[in-house]
Design a protein around this ligand. Structure first.
Ligand SMILES: [Zn+2]
Length: 72
């Protein structure tokens, strides 16, 4: 149920969730705060449609998921 309204970056931010970005090439995993992306990406954007590039190996085969554990 918690995923019901987590389609956009704004939804993630409201719920206090982070966006997990994992590289399938080298296994590099990052947890991004949605708010940190707002400067470049609209909060109305669907997070699943965003394209990321691995900061370690530069690979584009990146998976995205939601980190629902509030660690902050
Ligand atoms: Zn990588």
């Amino acid at each position: 149920m918690a995923y019901r309204r987590c389609e956009t970056l704004g939804d993630l931010a409201e719920n206090g969730f982070r966006l997990l970005v994992g590289c399938r090439n080298c296994g590099h995993l990052r947890a991004l705060r949605p708010a940190s992306l707002f400067a470049r990406v609209s909060p109305a954007r669907n997070w699943a449609a965003l394209r990321f590039r691995c900061s370690r190996c530069g690979g584009c085969d990146v998976m995205r998921s939601i980190d629902t554990q509030r660690t902050t």
